[in-house]
Design a protein around this ligand. Structure first.
Ligand SMILES: Nc1ncnc2c1ncn2[C@@H]1O[C@H](COP(=O)(O)OP(=O)(O)OP(=O)(O)O)[C@@H](O)[C@H]1O
Length: 412
């Protein structure tokens, strides 16, 4: 027998839990898809398409929903002789200027052997190339700009929707679909761009537990062998998912991690307990990743808050975290930051979901202030802060936990 052997006990098709798997049907999004479908209806009627702006938090099916409806639109449009529909999708991640978007779009219409360089032309020239590609293509053209908020100047967002009105296009009828998970992006668009780009606005809300159950069940049916997944596993993954962010991607990751653990442990069933283990492991990874991206001051602020939490002092105001943070900074020989900069670090930590910040009101005369506490398992954070703890020294409030960790890691 070779060194590697296939494990086939748990999964029938593990890839069905991956992000790039496209299910035949989208479940749990009926109302939103109905509205989206109505916004796309002019295409089938042979009319000028609407420009659509779709927003919602990460993992709520914006891309999957768009792909799903556009695939159907292409298939159904093929039945009408007078409709010639072309769809081009561009993800704007990593593309920050209108110029970059325009060159990428030109190339989407060109053969591989005829691509233009993505630098070196005047912007007006690239726009002219784009208009001529669009007119050569003709018919109805839908351009999807996913993660549209990455574009920092709005020239292309102004030019594209108005290309026909401005006389740049005579043949093609174009419709833009902008997708974003940045809610402030739409509000910060200039009024002229907003009025044309956001002709139809659609919002996809976060998934609730029932919707996540539908999504996870659909994938689990394809991914796992029959009778491998215990009752309650899907419900538990969905409950965690709904509590966290209502993000389908995160819930699918949790289900996959659970299946992987079952496989690693060589068991033949996926159980609730494994969901809990998987969640802890994913969370540990998330904390480690978040913490490793912070600066030394971020680490010191977090360590200070952690020790206060252990002493039962949280939720705590930033001015009360400061003395501990200052002493930690002095212990490692760095100058402590001014209060405002220290608060920035608290803000960053709460944005990462490692700590939580609650706004409080000081009554009629006072202003508002924030109180902080850690939002995650203290042991996990401590582990991720290992280096800082070593440099600063073990604070008495966490000494027992550090001892435990050391004993454990010595024996595992
Ligand atoms: N309603 C659904 N039915 C089945 N699968 C879904 C559904 N919604 C989302 N998914 C799956 O969840 C994952 C994330 O969805 P998607 O990429 O569409 O999210 P998004 O809203 O575009 O997120 P982002 O803003 O991060 O790009 C994909 O694997 C997708 O197939």
């Amino acid at each position: 027998m070779g060194m590697f052997e296939r494990d086939t006990e748990i999964y029938r098709n593990r890839d069905a839990l991956r992000e790039d798997y496209q299910p035949d049907e989208l479940v749990g999004r009926d109302e939103e898809l109905e509205r989206y479908k109505t916004a796309l209806q002019p295409v089938i009627n042979g009319e000028q398409p609407n420009n659509i702006f779709l927003y919602g938090k990460t993992g709520v099916g914006k891309t999957a929903g768009t792909r799903f409806l556009l695939d159907h639109l292409i298939e159904d449009a093929a039945q009408y002789e007078d409709i010639d529909l072309t769809v081009k999708m561009l993800n704007c991640d990593g593309l920050s200027s209108s110029y970059q978007i325009a060159t990428r779009l030109v190339n989407k219409f060109r053969a591989d052997s005829n691509q233009i360089s993505t630098t070196g032309y005047p912007r007006a020239t690239v726009y002219d190339m784009l208009w001529s590609e669009l007119d050569d293509c003709g018919g109805t053209v839908i351009i999807v700009l996913d993660e549209v908020d990455h574009i920092e100047d709005d020239s292309i967002l102004y030019q594209l929707p108005r290309a026909r009105a401005n006389g740049n296009l005579s043949e093609a009828k174009i419709g833009i679909i902008g997708i974003s998970n940045d809610f402030s992006f739409r509000d910060n668009l200039s009024p002229k761009v907003k009025s044309s780009l956001c002709e139809e606005e659609l919002q996809f809300p976060a998934y609730d537990a029932n919707e996540l159950i539908k999504i996870l069940s659909q994938r689990a049916q394809v991914a796992f062998h029959e009778d491998v997944v215990d009752d309650g596993v899907i419900e538990l993954c969905a409950a965690y998912g709904a509590k966290d962010a209502g993000d389908a991607r995160q819930s699918l990751d949790l289900l996959m991690k659970t299946g992987d653990l079952a496989r690693d442990y060589d068991t033949d069933t996926v159980t609730d307990d494994l969901v809990r283990d998987a969640r802890e492991e994913l969370e540990r990874g998330r904390i480690r990743e978040g913490i490793s991206g912070l600066t030394q001051h971020g680490h010191l602020v977090l360590y200070a808050l952690l020790t206060l939490e252990q002493q039962g002092e949280t939720p705590v105001r930033s001015r009360d975290i400061r003395p501990r943070y200052t002493s930690f900074a002095e212990q490692v020989g760095v100058d402590p930051l001014v209060p405002r900069r220290m608060r920035d670090h608290l803000g960053e930590l709460s944005m990462l979901g490692i700590i939580s910040a609650v706004e409080r009101n000081e009554g009629r005369r006072g202003g508002t202030y924030r109180e902080y506490s850690t939002d995650m398992d203290v042991g996990m954070i401590l582990k991720a802060l290992e280096e800082t703890v070593e440099q600063v020294g073990i604070h008495e409030s966490v000494s027992e936990m550090v001892d435990q960790e050391t004993t454990l890691s010595e024996y595992t």
